[in-house]
Write a protein that binds this ligand. Structure first.
Ligand SMILES: Nc1nc2c(ncn2[C@@H]2O[C@H](COP(=O)(O)OP(=O)(O)OP(=O)(O)O)[C@@H](O)[C@H]2O)c(=O)[nH]1
Ligand SMILES: [Mg+2]
Ligand SMILES: [Zn+2]
Length: 365
């Protein structure tokens, strides 16, 4: 594939309208003077962004003011650009309001989530037949997807490797909680037609999942060309190799907009608390009947959730995972809150150490 100097692939420029530009975007953009222009971020490479505009793809940097505000555009963002005639470069000066934010739960030093992609309508949570097919991991992804505001679809790839592909769907049916589960083979195209209802034009879809599950292979299949590099899984441990290293947006032949992501190593939960009710509707539904409104379903009297486990209507492993995720969310929220304090304390420690070294005539002083 042709690559430009940012390492992002060059794309045939679609119009902004084809990229999902709506009247809301137009209204938000209307306040900018004529010489500003809108675009959608299709790829980010450290400090350089590739932006698609009505005049084609361009590379841009971010304005100092935006950086100082701690905001960085993510792939999928609609942005406001200013061309610098003198230098022939473009600067992103603003990010238009987002409809959804997909973030990895690792809080930054200031407690903010790391935005993976923005304005995502649908998330394909991708897994594959074999070692990756894991109900607990799928629940984590679902919690993040629900919290982001995007609609999750579970995609089980590599059906060609399964003895009985029908059992694959059953394995995740209980955790899906109403989200569609689709089984296919990106390699040979089996079942690929089941994705059609989710690929309508101007819908933005993000592909997420572990390295090696076949995200890039699926993009290549849907584009009918090998634009994304794919790679064989390591023999011994079955783990992927992190073949895809940049996040990038593609337009499919039917007009859907699809974002390929690098495999996620660790799925932190960050502020996924909002997604828990949709991920575990069975448990949160039962929780309304618990005697105490703040019941942790951990030995309290009158607990409807534990009763359901005892009478066999709720799997104990599901309750355990729910409790584990809730603890993790509480922990990461705490971490985000103390993040600021910690940075400040560290700074003071450094100053104190420096003072001590000066008074002792040690080190660099
Ligand atoms: N048997 C089989 N192999 C597949 C299928 N889809 C992908 N693969 C193989 O799985 C390996 C990994 O595929 P990729 O598409 O690179 O995986 P990825 O999810 O993009 O991985 P990262 O970019 O590292 O996150 C490659 O060797 C693919 O050929 C499938 O449906 N069946
Ligand atoms: Mg890939
Ligand atoms: Zn309870």
């Amino acid at each position: 594939m042709e690559r430009n100097d940012t390492g992002c692939g060059t794309l045939h420029p679609p119009t902004l309208h084809q990229l999902g530009w709506t009247e809301d975007h137009a209204a938000a953009f209307a306040q900018y003077p004529d010489h500003y222009k809108p675009g959608r971020v299709s790829c980010r490479q450290k400090t350089v962004w590739e932006v698609l505009t009505d005049a084609g793809a361009l590379t841009a940097t971010v304005s100092g003011a935006l950086k100082r505000s701690g905001q960085y555009p993510a792939v999928g963002d609609f942005v406001v650009l200013l061309d610098r005639q003198e230098t022939g470069t473009s600067t992103i000066v603003a990010i238009l309001p987002r409809t959804s934010i997909f973030s990895r739960g690792e809080a930054g030093p200031d407690g903010t989530d790391q935005v993976i992609a923005a304005n995502i309508d649908t998330v394909f949570i991708m897994t594959a037949a074999g070692h990756d097919l894991n109900a607990r991991r799928t629940e984590r992804y679902l919690a993040i997807a629900h919290a982001s505001g995007a609609r999750p679809v579970i995609v089980i790839n590599k059906s060609d490797l399964a003895d009985d592909p029908r059992t694959l769907t059953e394995q995740l049916a209980t955790v899906a909680a109403g989200a569609p589960v689709i089984t296919l083979s990106a390699a040979n195209g089996d079942g690929i037609e089941h994705l059609s209802p989710f690929l309508s034009s101007k819908t933005t879809i993000a592909l997420i999942g572990s390295s090696g599950v076949g995200k890039s292979t699926l993009i290549n299949r849907l584009l009918s060309s090998a634009v994304q590099e794919t790679s064989t899984i390591r023999e011994q441990d079955g783990r992927g190799r992190h073949t895809t290293t940049v996040r990038q947006l593609f337009i499919l032949p039917g007009g859907a907009i699809m974002i390929d992501n690098p495999g996620i190593r660790e799925v932190g939960l960050g502020t996924a608390a909002d997604g828990m009710a949709d991920t575990f509707p069975d448990i949160t539904g039962l929780a309304c009947q618990c005697r105490f409104s703040d019941c942790r379903h951990d030995g309290e009297p009158g607990c409807a959730v534990q009763e359901a486990v005892q009478n066999g209507t709720l799997a104990e492993s599901r309750l355990e995972n729910y409790r584990r995720l809730m603890r993790e969310i509480a922990f990461s929220q705490e971490k985000a809150e103390i993040g600021l304090v910690r940075t400040e304390r560290k700074r003071w420690k450094q100053i104190a150490k420096m003072g001590k070294e000066i008074s002792q005539g040690k080190g660099r002083w």
